[in-house]
Design a protein around this ligand. Structure first.
Ligand SMILES: [Fe+2]
Ligand SMILES: [Fe+2]
Length: 293
C-alpha cells in the first residue's frame, strides 16, 4: 500500500524564503489610500479590458469605456479575492502533512502573503467600487475525480499555479501603466512582486508531483492535460463578467459576453495571456497537444 502514497515533496527553497523575508512589508501601512480616484482615469488598462481590440469597444461612449475599466478592475480584484480564498484553504489543510513538511516553511510565507493580498484587493473594491462581485461557479473536476491521489494533488497545485500565472500577466502590465490611478498601479506592482516567488514555487511543486504521476501511471497524464486546458479556458471566461457590463451601462450583457469571447481579436488576446503557461505545460510534457480529439 505504501507505494500508493505521495512521496514527500523536497524542493530547494532557500532563495525564495530569503527573498520573502528580506522583502517583507506591512501591507496595512504601506499604501496611501486616496478618498476618491480621479474620475477621468481608467482603473484597469484599456488594452486589458475584455472588449479591447473589438468593434464592441469602439461602439461604447467614452463614459461607458471608463465605466467598463472600473467595473472590470473590480471584477479582476474580486476574482483575485475568491481565488486566494480557495487556494489558501487548500494550502492550510496541507501545511503540516508529512508530504509537505519539507516545504511548510515556504507555505507559511505563502499563506501570510496571500492573506495580505486578499486584504488590499478587498480594500480597493470596497473603498472605490463599494462592493465585491460574488464568486463565480468553479469548474467541476468530475473528469479527474477517479484519478490517483497524487494526480488529484497535482491538480490542486496546478489550479493554484494557473490562477497565479494568469493574474500575474495582468499585474505585470498594470504595474507600469501610467494612465492608471497611483493606488491601482501600486496594488498591481506589489502583488506582482510577491507572485513571482509564488509562481516559481508553484512550478517546482507542479513538476515534482507531475513526475510522481508519470512514474506511477503515465496514462493519467493526458487526462490531467485535458483538465488543465479546460481550466485555462474557464479562467479566461471568468474575466468576462456580465454583471460588470451591466454596471457599466452596456445593454445585452449576456449576448455581448458570448460575442466578445469568440471574437478573433479576443481569441488572440487569450492566447497571449496563456502563452507562458501553455509553453511551461508543454515543456513539462502535459500540454494540450496530448489531448485526444
Ligand atoms: Fe496573491
Ligand atoms: Fe500567490
Amino acid at each position: 500500500m505504501a507505494v500508493r502514497e505521495i512521496e514527500p515533496i523536497v524542493l530547494e527553497l532557500d532563495r525564495l524564503e530569503q527573498m520573502a523575508e528580506s522583502g517583507y512589508y506591512n501591507p496595512y501601512t504601506m499604501f496611501e489610500w486616496p478618498d476618491a480616484l480621479e474620475p477621468d482615469r481608467p482603473w484597469m488598462s484599456e488594452s486589458l479590458t475584455t472588449l479591447a481590440g473589438t468593434p464592441m469597444w469602439d461602439e461604447l461612449t467614452r463614459e461607458q469605456q471608463l465605466a467598463l475599466t472600473k467595473y472590470e478592475a473590480i471584477n479582476f480584484f474580486s476574482l483575485n479575492i475568491h481565488g486566494i480564498r480557495e487556494l489558501m484553504s487548500e494550502v492550510v489543510m496541507r501545511i503540516h502533512e508529512r508530504t509537505y513538511s519539507n516545504v511548510s516553511e515556504f507555505l507559511h510565507h505563502f499563506i501570510g502573503e496571500e492573506n495580505e493580498h486578499m486584504w488590499f484587493f478587498a480594500q480597493f473594491c470596497l473603498r472605490y467600487g463599494g462592493k465585491l462581485y460574488p464568486a463565480q461557479p468553479t469548474l467541476k473536476a468530475a473528469s479527474v475525480d477517479h484519478l490517483s491521489q497524487v494526480a488529484r494533488e497535482l491538480i490542486v497545485f496546478a489550479r493554484i499555479l494557473i490562477f497565479e500565472e494568469i493574474v500575474d500577466h495582468y499585474n505585470a502590465l498594470m504595474a507600469t501603466d501610467q494612465s492608471l490611478p497611483h493606488i491601482a498601479r501600486e496594488i498591481n506592482r506589489v502583488h506582482h512582486q510577491d507572485e513571482s516567488r509564488h509562481v516559481a514555487f508553484g512550478r517546482m511543486i507542479f513538476l515534482n508531483l507531475l513526475k510522481q504521476v508519470a512514474g506511477r501511471d503515465p496514462e493519467e497524464v493526458p487526462v490531467v492535460a485535458e483538465y488543465l486546458e479546460s481550466y485555462l479556458q474557464y479562467s479566461i471566461g471568468t474575466l468576462y463578467n456580465p454583471a460588470a457590463y451591466r454596471d457599466a451601462g452596456i445593454p445585452d450583457a449576456l449576448a455581448l459576453r458570448r460575442r466578445a469571447l469568440a471574437h478573433p481579436a479576443r481569441v488572440q488576446a487569450h492566447d497571449k495571456v496563456l502563452k507562458r503557461t501553455r509553453a511551461f505545460l508543454s515543456k513539462a510534457g502535459v500540454g494540450r497537444e496530448l489531448i485526444k480529439r
